[in-house]
Write a protein of this length. Structure first.
Length: 421
């Protein structure tokens, strides 16, 4: 008989806890910021009067606010609590995203996506941080893996729905973002966050967190190494999500529904892979070998999608990439939360997420630039494949090199709790 433990490991009992379930409910939404649009971007080119090179800005302007705002939300969450930031972010995310359905100009849609990105900046980092507040060790790794599993399931279910809705009208997929509003109400009413810890610095002086503490921690060598690895992983997946509909429709003569299917398959596979993060953490004494293999999978899988003659081969390729994406994201984020002391965790997780947003912002712009420059010379299809293969090489090879050159370093200097805590 199947049980939670048999599916997700010995620590799966955390699924019975109300606060963790509420975090998982909120976590359904942020992944939809990009994946919901992945099957429909090609269908937005005509109604908004834009081009294949520029339509990727719908992803870039969404991720751009996080570069600046995510670190700020982390500091606010460390000082004032996770719940107020998370509830506000959910409301902004849902309101701005659903309002795009009434936009009539591309620049208006971009402005609303920018505002939606402001809301997004306060969702994922706070959820990741809150799981780190609630749990530690293998239990925390299991929690992050389950969180990522929910992201994968969300990205499995909703993109095919989006692909079907856009056939009826391009506006309908954006209405799905309104789901964030009742979720915000549920978090406001029932989520009880852990009390912030009272800490002292190395001299025994009590005090709250501040920007200097977070900056000092963010400069520590293990943290910086992990950030570089996380950046490389983001490059490949955001490249796929942004140009998936153009790859499917224009390179394989597919449909928006089939583009949604590719996102769904990749997301389902990365959800399953991410759910095993706790077991992998317990099985291997080092994360090196699983992470090297994961980087190979994500890069190779994306290349297969780019060169695939049809949907069947592309489905196999994105499944391989999904394995790599699921493992890398869960393990890297578990490392990030493990490096941070309780009182600085939200700030440090937010810096890591901001670095990821920088990558997510620049990748579609870079791919669009390559496509715009190369298309007059070689044609659109070769230009798109060239941009995609370049992203795969940079992401996979760069990620592996970061892993291989990582050196042992002293532990991150931490503050200590006051006696009696």
């Amino acid at each position: 008989m199947l049980s939670l433990q048999s599916l997700f490991g010995d620590d799966a009992a955390i699924l019975r806890e109300r606060d963790f379930r509420l975090l998982l409910l909120a976590n359904v939404l942020p992944v939809l910021g990009s994946s919901l649009l992945s099957p429909v971007l090609n269908s937005l080119i005509e109604p908004f009067g834009t081009s294949p090179a520029d339509v990727g800005l719908m992803i870039s302007v969404f991720t751009a606010p996080g570069i600046v705002i995510i670190p700020v939300t982390g500091v606010l969450a460390d000082r004032y609590g996770r719940k107020p930031v998370l509830v506000t972010a959910l409301v902004v995310f849902g309101s701005a995203g659903s309002a795009i359905a009434v936009a009539t100009e591309f620049r208006v849609a971009l402005g609303l996506r920018l505002l939606q990105g402001v809301g997004f900046a306060g969702i994922s980092p706070i959820i990741i941080t809150s799981i780190g507040d609630l749990y530690a060790g293998a239990k925390e790794a299991t929690g992050q893996g389950l969180r990522f599993t929910v992201s994968g399931l969300s990205a499995t279910v909703f993109p095919p729905i989006s692909g079907a809705l856009v056939v009826i009208a391009w506006q309908y997929p954006f209405l799905l973002y309104a789901m964030a509003l009742p979720v915000a109400a549920a978090v406001y009413l029932w989520f009880d966050e852990p009390a912030p810890p009272d800490v002292t610095d190395a001299t025994g002086t009590a005090g709250g967190t501040d920007g200097a503490d977070t900056t000092r921690m963010a400069g520590a060598k293990p943290y910086v190494r992990t950030l570089f690895r996380l950046v490389r992983r983001n490059v490949i997946w955001i490249g796929f999500v942004t140009y998936n509909s153009l790859i499917t429709v224009r390179l394989m003569d597919g449909t928006p529904g089939q583009a949604g299917l590719l996102v769904a398959v990749g997301s389902l596979v990365f959800a399953i892979a991410g759910s095993q993060a706790g077991r992998i953490t317990a099985l291997f004494g080092s994360r090196l070998y699983p992470l090297v293999g994961a980087n190979v999978c994500i890069g190779l899988g994306f290349v297969v999608v780019l060169l695939a003659p049809g949907i069947a081969v592309a489905t196999g390729g994105i499944a391989v990439a999904g394995i790599g994406f699921g493992l890398t994201l869960s393990l890297y984020r578990s490392i990030i939360t493990g490096l941070a002391p309780d009182d600085l965790r939200a700030g440090l997780v937010s810096i890591a997420e901001a670095v990821g947003r920088l990558t997510n912002t620049l990748t579609p712009i870079a791919m669009g630039g390559v496509i715009a420059v190369a298309t007059p010379r070689v044609g659109f299809a070769p230009a798109l494949r060239l941009a995609g293969v370049g992203v795969a090489v940079v992401g996979a090879v760069g990620g592996i090199l970061c892993l291989l050159v990582a050196n042992a370093a002293p532990p991150v200097p931490a503050r200590t709790r006051t006696p009696g805590d």
